[in-house]
Design a protein around this ligand. Structure first.
Ligand code: ADP
Length: 189
């Protein structure tokens, strides 16, 4: 069993690479963004609560996100392990995840940081907006906000995880398969 976190800015390719890993290795994918969008679509109270944050590019409050992840962890068979994608995004979330996984006796092994320059992120998100149907990809102010929130709130987690000896930096520019090979190398699979 292998549990790891995908860190990286919006548009860095976490979802694309997760899909390949799931196909090849059967990981359970816990993507908080995907979960919130699904909740929103189904009209649940959690979805409605998250909507204004998603629409503005702000972070959903930590307690809401942590509770949701806890429920998903309890509900999912562990199997091959978990990919945490888009979570944790803050120090509070990172500490909560460590506690949850420690309690379950299945600690994080790796944290992969997909590194992509901002200019490329902006291009990718603009391109994705043509097909994703995501309003947060279609508005350049919201994209800038998400990149800023990432830099201020999430990027500092690299220190937290590198102190734990878990961080690997993976260049996220190049062909999808080339990046995938780097990721497999970092995960030793
Ligand atoms: P991105 O492509 O920007 O990485 P995601 O699909 O991961 O987008 O997330 C979309 C939105 O969902 C975020 O802008 C935020 O509002 C909310 N969100 C997702 N994950 C979290 C989290 N761990 N903590 C707080 N908010 C989150």
């Amino acid at each position: 069993m292998l549990n790891f976190v995908f860190l990286g800015p919006p548009g860095s390719g976490k979802g694309t690479q997760s899909a390949k890993l799931i196909e090849d290795f059967g990981f359970v994918h816990l993507s908080t963004g995907d979960i919130f969008r699904a909740e929103l679509k189904s009209g649940s109270s959690l979805g409605l609560e998250a909507k204004r944050y998603l629409d503005s590019g702000m972070l959903v409050p930590d307690d809401v996100v942590v509770r949701m992840i806890e429920q998903k962890l309890d509900a999912s068979p562990a199997n091959a392990g978990f990919i945490f994608d888009g979570f944790p995004r803050t120090q509070v979330q990172a500490e909560a995840l460590d506690r949850l996984l420690e309690f379950k006796g299945m600690p994080l092994q790796f944290v992969l940081l997909l590194e992509v320059p901002d200019a490329i992120l902006r291009d990718r998100l603009a391109e994705r907006s043509k097909t994703s149907g995501r309003s947060d990809d279609a508005d350049s102010d919201i994209i800038e906000k998400r990149i800023r929130v990432y830099q201020n709130e999430t990027l500092p987690l690299t220190d937290f995880y590198s102190q734990q000896g878990k961080l690997s930096r993976v260049p996220g520019v190049g062909h999808i398969d080339e990046i995938y090979a780097r990721i497999r190398l970092a995960l030793h699979i």
